[in-house]
Design a protein around this ligand. Structure first.
Ligand SMILES: Cc1ncc(COP(=O)(O)O)c(C=O)c1O
Length: 474
């Protein structure tokens, strides 16, 4: 008797129709009511279960609509559908113990993951952030509002909004020396998205990729996930070095404006050397100018992209540092020969930023607010850099040696004694000061131990308090 397989609970908040439908569905899906079997009539089942006939009729109609039953007027419903399969609930409980068969890309993700710092609440002196409290939120809110109001009149248009591309092309040419037309610029949800797009479009498994060591882990992760053999290049005072005798790779990733993490500026001689290397063959250079807006000691050094006369440099930028880290907007400037492919790849992967936000940002930039904000925070971050560097030298000069960067939002303080930066990071974190171990940014065996400290996001009083904590910890 089918009614013996059904257990309805009248005290349950879930209605009787829902319960009956769910239980019949599970019995069919689990193969306990097999294909071709006729169920009792609605009148009969209602009487067996002690429910109204309507309850059973609604359940039958629902299951017929889902394809589990065939119900025609005046006849008993018949179980239809394919082979029995496990009920969804049972499958879900067993699913965790099954090892999924992943694509080669996804299989590598676990080995190459790295902590994204904007996901956790911000604590002094976490590196990698500007000060969101200094962002002109009222002006930005007006730009967002106007963009939303205009949305109804706006035509559906290109995924990379023309106004923003034009505003960015002008800003990048005048402020960063980037030579590109608006149609070479792709607007993406982040710089990391740009790296994934580049890796997907240009890297085949086994390709050689050079990165800086120590360097930005997100780049190594993106290229490794695409199957690249990633080799770390040592640094000297001029930035990334080319190891003698190594053949040109498929791609070189670099942060020439302020090397991540040391903050070093790549010399012109080194820039020229890498550009020359990229010319003859198939070597691409990816220039990540993640915080190139912030320079303090001299005039800004133009982007490497502007020196490239052969279309070999892909230029990556982000608004994470110049605006706020949760704005989630970045951009990629591709050489003319790659525009078509990258536009298709962008749509295929779906790395498309909201048009509402793109339009708001176009207004924010062309209205002069972006430059005004940069001018203001540049002065502020400059003073904060000096405050942190001076404090470290004065109070912790015996244990730490500071490499003062000419720009950027963070600095490296090397441990003078011992090789225990992870232990120091842990001790400081327990005391409320968040830093990053230099050794954690090494590709292979770490050569240097030290702390990466952010200064841009913190007021002088917060930096001073963190310094006091550091002194007590060391
Ligand atoms: C060198 C470098 N590139 C790129 C990024 C990531 O930028 P986005 O937040 O736009 O992905 C970071 C963030 O820390 C970075 O340090």
């Amino acid at each position: 008797m089918i009614s013996g397989l059904i257990d309805l609970n009248r005290a349950d908040d879930e209605g009787l129709v829902t319960q009956l439908t769910g239980q019949l569905r599970s019995l069919i899906a689990a193969g306990r009511l097999t294909q071709g079997r006729a169920l009792p009539s609605s009148r009969q089942l209602a009487s067996d279960l002690g429910v109204s006939r309507n309850t059973v009729t609604y359940a039958f109609e629902q299951l017929a609509a889902e394809g589990y039953l065939e119900a025609s007027h005046g006849r008993r419903p018949v179980v239809t559908g394919g082979e029995p399969f496990e009920a969804a609930g049972a499958a879900a409980t067993g699913a965790r113990s099954v090892k999924p068969q992943l694509s080669p890309w996804a299989a590598k993700l676990g080995q190459t993951d790295w902590p994204m710092s904007y996901q956790a609440p911000l604590k002094p002196l976490r590196p990698g952030h500007g000060d969101a409290r200094e962002f002109p939120n009222e002006i930005w809110a007006r730009c967002l509002r106007r963009s939303a109001v205009r949305a109804a009149r706006r035509e559906l248009g290109p995924v990379n909004r023309t106004r923003l591309r034009e505003a960015l092309a002008h800003y990048l040419a005048t402020s960063r020396g980037v030579r590109a037309t608006a149609d070479q610029i792709m607007i993406l949800p982040s710089a990391q998205a740009a790296l994934t797009l580049i890796a997907s479009a240009l890297i085949a498994p086994g390709d050689e990729v050079w990165v800086e060591d120590p360097g930005y882990p997100g780049a190594a992760a993106a290229f490794r996930a695409s199957g690249a053999r990633v080799t770390g290049m040592r640094l000297d005072q001029q930035g990334m070095q080319r190891m003698p005798g190594m053949a040109a790779p498929k791609l070189i990733f670099m942060t020439p404006s302020h090397q991540h993490p040391t903050g070093r500026l790549m010399s012109l001689a080194r820039r020229t050397e890498f550009l020359r290397l990229s010319r003859p063959g198939e070597t691409w250079i990816v220039e990540d100018d993640y915080d190139g807006e912030f320079h303090y000691d001299s005039r800004p050094v133009p982007a490497l992209q502007g020196l490239d006369g052969h279309g070999r440099v892909l230029y990556v930028g982000t608004f994470s540092k110049a605006m706020t880290s949760d704005i989630r907007l970045g951009y990629l400037v591709v050489p003319p020969a790659l525009v078509g492919t990258f536009e298709i790849a962008q749509r295929h992967i779906g790395l498309i930023a909201s048009s509402h936000i793109q339009e708001a940002l176009a207004e924010f930039i062309s209205g002069g607010h972006f430059l005004a904000h940069l001018r203001r925070v540049r002065r502020l971050y400059h003073a904060r850099r000096d405050h942190l560097a001076a404090g470290l030298a004065r109070h912790l000069g015996e244990v730490l040696s500071v490499e003062v960067p000419s720009g950027g939002i963070q600095l490296v303080a090397r441990l003078k004694r011992g090789r225990v930066d992870q232990a120091a990071v842990k001790r400081l974190a327990e005391a409320g000061v968040e830093t990053r171990a230099l050794s954690s940014l090494a590709l292979g065996k770490p050569r240097d131990h030290g702390l990466l400290l952010g200064f841009a996001a913190w007021r002088d009083s917060e930096i001073s308090a963190a310094l006091r904590t550091m002194v007590s910890c060391f």
